[in-house]
Design a protein around this ligand. Structure first.
Ligand SMILES: [Zn+2]
Length: 382
């Protein structure tokens, strides 16, 4: 089936009380691996391209400086990859924009073929966030595309429970935001944090999603709550990277049991990026250690050089520039590249597979109501 919007997956997760992992991809091989792993587990799938991933997939190695044109091109490249493996898949597959930074980024993603977008107005004052998000909802829903908003500031450790000045999501604001914008999903701040340094023993404030959920249920409004910055940062992978000569310090994630406990509180989508990056980095380092002759390979030796130069990095985009054609198109020019990409795919599958099980989305694909973008256009009109 064609790629589907996010909303029906969130409705199924709500009805049957589980969560969907949402996994970021930055290369064609990663999209393939994420979809294959979900197929193995008969789970619905959410693949995410971040705003800057679109710039990277538009061919910008210096993706932080990507222009809107780069992002448009990259959105088309990511959508083409996800469609290639997702459109003939037996499971429903969503392509979601992660952290769309403005209206134009969301439009670029939708034009490129994304079926769901996030507009991140969380740095704006509440009223302006509502205004921006409404604008995106109006544009997206007219095309059947789902929308996720964000409220609250992620990052920073907060110990003071019930602090009046907390930067965690204020449930009262969240209810107002959901009512005024009509978003399908809302990312909240309740103790998670982006990146690999979330602090030891991070605890989640589960009363925040519980409060929001209780209120919107009473109002008869549907909105799925989303947990960003939720990588688990498996300690065995960090250790293996460091044993292979890496230098990754103070890397701690959210314990998977904390995440699992948040699911019955209304968390239906859990974003994971760092775990994939770590597993892919470990696998690439391991390959060059196991087969030292590859360190001088004309096609992938450059990847080894970057791995050696940047020992504290674990974002595969830092190591991929020597093989950009393969990253962007999936074309495999020789056996060395094929071997490297098979290790990249295996890393993705390791990270994704364990969380499909942890979040409880395995076996759920048949429970998702089949709704096309056209069906959703009619739904939103009502
Ligand atoms: Zn995020």
């Amino acid at each position: 089936m064609p790629l589907v919007p996010l909303r029906p997956l969130m409705e199924a997760a709500e009805q049957y009380n589980y969560a969907q992992g949402a996994f970021n991809v930055n290369a064609v091989a990663q999209a393939k691996a994420v979809i294959e792993m979900h197929e193995t587990f008969r789970s619905p799938a959410i693949l995410q391209g971040a705003d800057l991933a679109n710039a990277f997939m538009g061919g910008r190695v210096d993706f932080a400086n990507g222009t809107l044109e780069d992002k448009k091109k990259g959105a088309r490249n990511i959508a083409a990859a996800v469609k290639k493996y997702g459109e003939h898949s037996p499971i429903p597959v969503v392509l979601h924009l992660d952290h769309g930074k403005d209206f134009d980024s969301c439009v670029a993603a939708i034009e490129g073929g994304y079926t769901s977008v996030m507009i991140d107005g969380s740095s704006l004052p509440l009223e302006q966030n509502i205004e921006l998000t409404r604008e995106v909802v109006k544009y997206a829903h007219a095309r059947g595309v789902s929308v996720e908003g964000e409220l609250g500031v992620l990052g920073g450790q907060e110990d003071h429970v019930f602090a009046a000045t907390s930067t965690y999501t204020n449930p009262l604001d969240a209810v107002e935001f959901i009512q005024k914008t009509g978003v399908d999903a809302l990312a909240i701040s309740y103790g998670t944090q982006h990146g690999a340094n979330k602090g030891k023993n991070a605890k989640l404030r589960r009363e925040i999603p519980i409060a929001i959920k209780e209120c919107i249920n009473r109002l008869g409004i549907f909105c799925a709550l989303v947990s960003h910055g939720s990588s688990t940062v498996p300690q065995y992978i960090v250790k293996e990277i460091n044993d292979l000569g890496g230098d990754i310090q103070n890397a701690y994630g959210i314990d998977v049991n904390e995440l699992m406990a948040a699911i019955p509180c209304g968390i239906r989508k859990i974003n994971v990026d760092t775990d994939i990056r770590l597993a892919v980095t470990r696998n690439m380092k391991e390959l060059f250690a196991q087969k030292p002759e590859l360190q001088k390979s004309p096609s992938i030796g450059g990847v080894y050089t970057l791995l050696e130069e940047k020992k504290s990095a674990f974002d595969p985009r830092v190591f991929f520039p020597p093989i950009m054609d393969t990253v962007l198109t999936g074309n495999v020019p020789d056996d060395d590249v094929a071997l490297l990409m098979s290790r990249v795919e295996a890393g993705v599958k390791e990270a994704v597979g364990s969380l499909i099980v942890g979040f409880g989305s395995y076996g759920r694909a048949p429970l998702v109501e089949q709704k096309s973008l056209e069906d959703m256009i009619a739904f939103y009109k009502k």
